[in-house]
Every structure is written in structure tokens, then in C-alpha cells.
Write a protein that binds this ligand. Structure first.
Ligand code: NAP
Length: 478
């Protein structure tokens, strides 16, 4: 029997929605569940519940708010295996990575809870006698969290945990591709004593439910993770109410490999980065610039790794490097970019076509050499298991090519020379740079993109404070 989920609003699951959306398994096409195709009225009810709940939530001492986060984290750990299984089935992630996602999500809730005793304002000296200036940090009010499908479960925590610990309430809209894990999250939250209205979940399409949420006048902050196109649309919509936005968007991460690099380490790290989550990670290596003198040796290592990739249906095989792409659109986008690269004169070393597994959105792990800066494959986000490589003659050339991009999220460099590494750190125009490794980012860091990769950031102290606004008080005590 197919499960039909309902929205979670004001501490309760709602009645069934007349209109629903189907959720399918990208590895098989099997129907997994139905979710509400929510309209503006459902969104309105969720925002109203969040708005009602917010003042009392803000008044709770932060340490008590943190206690609620810890209870949710404990629930996630109790159900870690089944939650991972859900992510595997609806998103196509391999089992090991899905488990890491669930465990990291629980840890992230605990990490953000730790901030309860560290939320700080400032006390400033005044120009006037008998006056003290206080700079207080206060919650913004109601937060709207709009999620993508690639790390759907973790992204709930990345939005919810900092929002709640700082005293905000939240309405979350998951991606229509991967909403089941969010509804299961809500089911676990409902088993705790989190006050009604603090967390609300509304499923549906971006163009309807998402748009109703981001255009709602009672939303005070929109925190969005997704594509540049949607982020730009959301920013335009938010402009009407002057709602604050926090946008985590796409990437086209360059990896620079210098002649003095440990080539085994570089090849393995870049390969892992390219096939993890089937290449559908905002900060995985999307283009490589390798010094010409080691190009062939580097490509030889990568070719062996790409050819040994095990892929298939991650629900039935626990020992895979990658599963399917998330949907038909994703598959066609990857296919179109590779076909264009072939027409542009690049060489496909291995892969280069759909994988014929009889069902699902599978694409062969693909290594491309002879790429050039002007090719789409080096400029557009691929979001699939395809790695294009360009040979360069110097670090200066590699840095110039890396920076010549609309995106500015992640970059990496592989070298044994600290001077080269530090030159790259000084000159790369990206929100994050990894030296001698690829992603993932740390929860205590600050994940933020420049240029079209976003506005603002997430994680750590700086990410936390994006969920607050300042209030300055001038206190006269004559
Ligand atoms: P997407 O197509 O932009 O969708 C993201 C979310 O926005 C979905 O929930 C979508 O709804 C919703 N949406 C669509 N139109 C909307 C509108 N007009 N108003 C409000 N919401 C709307 O992105 P995606 O394909 O899910 O995710 C992949 C992208 O996310 C990639 O570009 C990747 O690089 C980026 N990403 C960035 C980061 C980062 O930290 N920078 C992390 C992960 C992913 P429905 O899909 O449900 O219709």
C-alpha cells in the first residue's frame, strides 16, 4: 500500500489534501508515496501557526530551546537505519552515504544546540556621559526554509536547528522529489514535546507552495538551498516585501592539480568527490586544471578509478559507489552537456552515455580530457558523474581559469608546496578552498558562496547569526 502523507501544521498532521503529488524511486520508477500538492491556503495556515508560536518560543530560555533540538536529535538516532533507507529509496543515494547523512543531521542538531549558552551581544562605550550601548541579537521571527533534493535530510537541520536555537519558528517546504524523509522527520518531531507551531512542514511544488511561502508577508527570512535560477526568482519575489534572503546556490568547483602534487591522493580525492551522490553535490569537483607535465599520469590514475566504479540500484546493493541521478531532467541535462562536449572536440576517455540497467536514471561515470575554458562542460554545473579535465602550463593560468566563472562556492588545490597553496588561497575568489582534499565542509565552518553561488552562508557562528537581527539599545542612567 502506498503511504499518503499530510502536512504538519501547528503541531498536528492535517486532513488529506485533495490534490497530491507522487514520489517515485529514481532507481526503479516505483511509486513510493503521495504528498500534498499544497496551495496558498495551506502555506498561509503554516505561516500563521509559526507566527502565533514565535513570541512564546523566543521567551523560552535558549538552553530550553536547545533541549528540544537535543530531543529531536535523539529521535533521529533511534530511527537512524529506517531514515537512511528512506533516503536511499527516494533520492538514490548509496546506503553508506545515506547513513552518514542521517547521523550528521543528528550531530548537527546537537552542535547547534551547543550555541544556546554562547549567543552573544555586545556592550559598547558611548560618546555621552552616563550612557551604555547594548547591541542585542534577536530572532528574525518566522523563517521559511526551502530545500533541494540532494541532501534533503541534512538540509532540514541546516535550516531548522540555527533558526530554532536563536528563537525563530520555521515553515519548511521540501523538494517535491524527496519529501518523504521530511514527513518522517515531522512524525518524529510530533513524538517530542516541541511546542505546536514551532516547526511546520508543507509539501508541494515550488511554483505554487514554494512561491506562496516566499511571497508571504509574514515570513521574515527565507533560507533557500537550490539552483541559481530558482534563487534568483525567489530573490525577486522577496523583494516585494523586502524579506531577507539567505541563498545557497549552485557551484562549478575547480580542482587544481600541480606537478608536485601527490597524484594518487589527488586522483582518489577528486574521483570520490565526482561520484559521491552521483556527482549531485554543490561543492564537488566539477572541473580540473592539471599541470601539463603530469596530465597523462594523472588521467591514467583517474581512468582506472572511473572504470572500477560500481553503480546500480542502491536499495538492493549495499556495496556501490553511486546510484542513479535523481530524475529524468537531471539525466537529460548531464547527457546534453556530454554530447555538446563531444561536438566541441573534447575526448571521452571512459563512459559518455546513459547506463543501460533496464530501469532508472543511470549515467555512466565519465572522464573527459581535452576540455577548454569556453566549453559548456567547463562553465555550466553538470550535477552528474562527469569530470572534464583541462591541461594548464602554470598555477597562474589555473587560478585565472578557475576564477573565470559565474560561480564562487568551492575550489581545491593539490600541491606539496606551501607557497603555491597560499598563492591559491590568496587569489581564488571562492567561498571555500580545500588544500589536498575535496569537500565535505565542517559544521563549525562557514559554507558560503560568492558571485552566483549565493548570498550569506550556513554553519558555525556566522551561519547561526544569519538567523538573527541586531537591536541597539542606548541606556541612559543619569
Ligand atoms: P531547485 O530546482 O532550485 O529547487 C530547490 C527548491 O526550490 C525545491 O524545493 C523547489 O520546489 C523549490 N522551488 C522551485 N521554484 C520555486 C519558486 N518559484 N519559489 C519557491 N520555491 C521554489 O534546486 P534542486 O534541483 O532541488 O537542487 C539542486 C541545486 O541545488 C544545484 O544547483 C546545487 O548546486 C544546489 N545546491 C546548493 C547547495 C549549497 O549549499 N550552495 C547545497 C545543495 C544544493 P520543487 O522542486 O519541490 O518543485
Amino acid at each position: 500500500m502506498t503511504t499518503e502523507y499530510t502536512n504538519y501544521i501547528d503541531g498536528a498532521f492535517t486532513a488529506r489534501s485533495a490534490a497530491t503529488l507522487e514520489v517515485t524511486n529514481p532507481a526503479t520508477g516505483a511509486l513510493l508515496a503521495r504528498i500534498p500538492d499544497s496551495d496558498a491556503a495551506a502555506v498561509d495556515a503554516a505561516v500563521a501557526a509559526a507566527k502565533r508560536a514565535q513570541p512564546a518560543w523566543e521567551k523560552l530560555p535558549a538552553i530550553q530551546r536547545a533541549g528540544h533540538l537535543r530531543k529531536i536529535a535523539a529521535k533521529l538516532r533511534e530511527h537512524r537505519t529506517e531514515l537512511a533507507r528512506i533516503i536511499v529509496r527516494e533520492q538514490g543515494k548509496v546506503q553508506g552515504l545515506a547513513q552518514v547523512e542521517v547521523d550528521f543531521t543528528a550531530d548537527y542538531m546537537d552542535y547547534m544546540a551547543e550555541w544556546a549558552r554562547r549567543l552573544e551581544g555586545e556592550v559598547l562605550t558611548s560618546d555621552r556621559p552616563n550612557e551604555t550601548i547594548f547591541l542585542l541579537r534577536k530572532p528574525v521571527g518566522v523563517v521559511a526554509g526551502i530545500l533541494p533534493w540532494n541532501f534533503p535530510f541534512f538540509l532540514i537541520a541546516r535550516k531548522l536547528a540555527p533558526a530554532l536555537v536563536t528563537g525563530n519558528t520555521i515553515v519548511i517546504k521540501p523538494s517535491e522529489e524527496t519529501p518523504i524523509n521530511a514527513y518522517e522527520f515531522a512524525r518524529l518531531v510530533a513524538e517530542t514535546d516541541l511546542p505546536a507551531g514551532v516547526f511546520n512542514l508543507v509539501g508541494g511544488r515550488g511554483a505554487t507552495a514554494g512561491d506562496a511561502l516566499v511571497s508571504h508577508p509574514d515570513v521574515n527570512l527565507i533560507t533557500f538551498t537550490g539552483s541559481v535560477a530558482t534563487g534568483s526568482r525567489i530573490m525577486q519575489t522577496a523583494g516585494k516585501n523586502l524579506t531577507r534572503v539567505n541563498l545557497e546556490l549552485g557551484g562549478k568547483a575547480p580542482a587544481i592539480v600541480l606537478a608536485d602534487a601527490d597524484l594518487d591522493l589527488a586522483a582518489k580525492a577528486i574521483y570520490d568527490s565526482r561520484v559521491i551522490n552521483t556527482g549531485q553535490v554543490c561543492n564537488c569537483a566539477e572541473r580540473v586544471y592539471v599541470e601539463r607535465s603530469v596530465h597523462d599520469a594523472f588521467v591514467e590514475r583517474l581512468t582506472a578509478l572511473f572504470k572500477a566504479t560500481r553503480y546500480g540500484d542502491p536499495s538492493v546493493d549495499a556495496d556501490l559507489h553511486m546510484g542513479p541521478l535523481v530524475n529524468q531532467i537531471g539525466l537529460e541535462k548531464v547527457e546534453a552537456l556530454v554530447e555538446q562536449a563531444k561536438r566541441d572536440g573534447a575526448n571521452v576517455v571512459t563512459g559518455g552515455k546513459r547506463a543501460d540497467l533496464g530501469q532508472g536514471f543511470h549515467y555512466e561515470p565519465t572522464l573527459i580530457t581535452g576540455a577548454r575554458a569556453e566549453m559548456d562542460i567547463m562553465r555550466k554545473e553538470i550535477f552528474g558523474p562527469v569530470l572534464p579535465i583541462q591541461a594548464v602550463d602554470s598555477l597562474d593560468e589555473a587560478i585565472a581559469l578557475a576564477n573565470d566563472s559565474d560561480f564562487g562556492l568551492t575550489s581545491s588545490i593539490f600541491t606539496r608546496n606551501i607557497n603555491s597553496a597560499m598563492q591559491a588561497v590568496r587569489e581564488l575568489r571562492f567561498g571555500e578552498t580545500y588544500v589536498n582534499r575535496e569537500h565535505f565542509e565542517a559544521m563549525q565552518g562557514f559554507h558560503a558562496g560568492r558571485k552566483k553561488s549565493g548570498i550569506g552562508g550556513a554553519d558555525g557562528k556566522h551561519g547561526l547569526y544569519e538567523f538573527t537581527e541586531t537591536h541597539v539599545v542606548y541606556l541612559q542612567t543619569p
